[in-house]
Design a protein around this ligand. Structure first.
Ligand SMILES: [Cu+2]
Length: 178
């Protein structure tokens, strides 16, 4: 009788042991699959940059650098820093046609804005503006602003500051989207 009981107990203990092992193995398998999944995610993310950041300084009367290149489809963050002593603005638009008057170029810059149909976020001095139809960002002397958007149109565009006299003084540059 005692033998029978202790045998049953041993069988029970063995079952319990196997049951436990099963749980541990299942857990290990889940953990391994989890790690593998994470690894695949990291690998996939490592191929293409998640965002592109460019810092542009605005001074009298230039953008530095005056040529920037962005990759289409990758979220972009342009940090605009006014290092000058007067307000400057940042506009991006299709290159104006030859022979346009200054007035025409200003209108063109607004109408042909790169940001026209894009969702754009502008952050600066504690203000955040989000939306479509933003075509210029004005930055006071010594202040900074950040423009976030995902470029969708490839091509060559002009960067310009159209505050009176600035563009004529050479405050322009080029944005290339590849
Ligand atoms: Cu300016």
């Amino acid at each position: 009788m005692l033998d029978e009981q202790s045998r049953n107990l041993r069988v029970f203990a063995w079952d319990l042991y196997n049951y436990g092992r099963g749980i541990i193995m299942r857990r290990t398998t889940v953990l391994l699959i989890g790690c593998l999944f994470l690894f695949v995610l990291v690998q996939a993310g490592g191929g293409a940059p998640k965002k592109q950041e460019v810092t542009i300084q605005l001074t009298e009367f230039a953008f530095k650098p005056n040529k920037i290149t962005l990759t289409k489809g990758v979220p972009a963050e342009l940090k605009l820093s006014n290092k000058g002593s007067v307000t400057h603005e940042f506009m991006v638009y299709a290159p104006p046609k030859a022979g346009m008057s200054m007035e025409d170029v200003e209108k063109w810059a607004e109408d042909q804005s790169y940001f026209k149909d894009l969702e754009v976020t502008v952050e600066g001095a504690g203000i955040e503006v989000v939306g479509k139809g933003i075509f210029e960002v004005e930055i006071e002397a010594g202040k900074s602003a950040e423009i976030k958007f995902t470029p969708t149109k490839a091509g060559t565009f002009e960067i310009g500051c159209h505050l009176p006299g600035h563009y004529e003084a050479g405050m322009k540059g080029t944005l290339v989207v590849k």
